[in-house]
Structure formats: structure tokens, C-alpha cells
Write a protein that binds this ligand. Sequence first.
Ligand code: DC
Length: 220
Amino acid sequence: MFNIALDGPGGAGKSTVAKAIAKELGFIYVDTGALYRAIGLYSLRKAVDTRDISGVIGLLDEIDVNFTYVDGEQRVMLNGEDVSTDIRLPEVSMAASNVSAIPEVRAFLLDLQRKIASEKDCLMDGRDIGTVILPNAQLKIFLTASAEVRAKRRYDELLAKGQKVDYDEILKDLNERDYQDSHREIAPLKQADDAVYLDTSDLTFEEVMKRIIDLYEERK
Ligand code: DC
């Protein structure tokens, strides 16, 4: 199997790029953030504070989270319900970041991620794919961009969806979540030693695509 590990902070454009590349290479695209989001969403629904470590751990027994693929598109199933839309609600982002700092939650999701990667050529995106989940991935990329560029991209994306948005608030939320994801004890967001660093602040979507496809061609 060929595994591509794509890590980086929120809003770096990982999912857009990852989807397009997976399609081009005939790989499946695995968005691991969706798993943490599903657990964050479940905690919110059960009114369990996502910073309450034992409270969240207590819910894991009730949770079955999985992926299905519909027309090649990843859907996230939470206890049999397709929650792919609900996990994108703004309040779920911080909830996901909170639960993702809990070691038991990370352990709970580990096997599923490794199993998928062992069965299929895939491009997996997240925070710890190159460092923890798939240390032997044939290609690792750390994709980032300045906080301002990332906030602007998220702003444009939400605006295009017709949502009411405030740039400063988005920038503040992104910074807060990056700080939390990079400073947690377990599997923090960080570049793997053997990952290729790619700053996309001044690159177009096509340029980013080409860089990654070229790297894949070199390694395969
Ligand atoms: O990629 P995303 O923004 O959907 O991820 C939501 C949160 O999940 C993110 O703030 C941190 C956490 N996460 C993680 O800890 N490890 C991953 N591999 C993916 C996401």
C-alpha cells in the first residue's frame, strides 16, 4: 500500500488539496479530523463538557465511529447516523480539539486509522499522521500557511456558503486551536523529521497540487 501522510494546522487548505490529489491518484482520502469531530459532537449532544476528561472517557463505550464512502466521498458515521454535515458546525471545531487532547480518545481512534491505511492506498490528513499514526508512510507532507492566509481562506469559504462571518473572530479561533493542538502532551501537531515542509501562503492551488504530485512520482 502507498500511504501519504498530510499534516498541518487548521485552515491550511489540507482537505481541498487532499481531496483533489486523492482523486487524481485513485487513492482514498481519509480526513481524520472528522473522527475527533464526531466524538466532540457526541459529547456536545450529551451535554458533557469536552474539557471534562473523565466525562468524555465515560462516553467512549457508547460510541461507534466509522467511515463509509459514497461515490468516492468520505462520510462519517456516528452510531450508524451520517453526521458529515453536523461535524462542520463551528462549535464542533473547539470541541474536537478539546477531546483530541485526551489520550484515551486518541487510543480509541488509532486502530481504525491504521487499519484503513493497511488496506488501501490512501492519503490521510490530520495532525499526527506522519509522527504517530503512520510513521512508515512513503510520503509525508507538512502543509501550512501563515495564520492570516489561513483565516482569510476559511473566511472566503464560509462566505461562499452564505454564512455570516467575522474575519477577526475566525483568526482568533484558528490561533487558539493551533496553540492547543501544538502544545498538548500527546501527539501534538508537529512536523515529522522526514516530512516535506510546504508553506502554501504564496502558492496557488495548482502549484500546491503539482508539488505534491511530483513528490509522489519521485517516491513511488
Ligand atoms: O482537521 P480538523 O480541523 O477537522 O480537526 C479537528 C480537531 O481534531 C483539531 O483541532 C485537532 C484534532 N485532530 C487531531 O488531534 N489529530 C488528527 N489527526 C486530526 C485532528
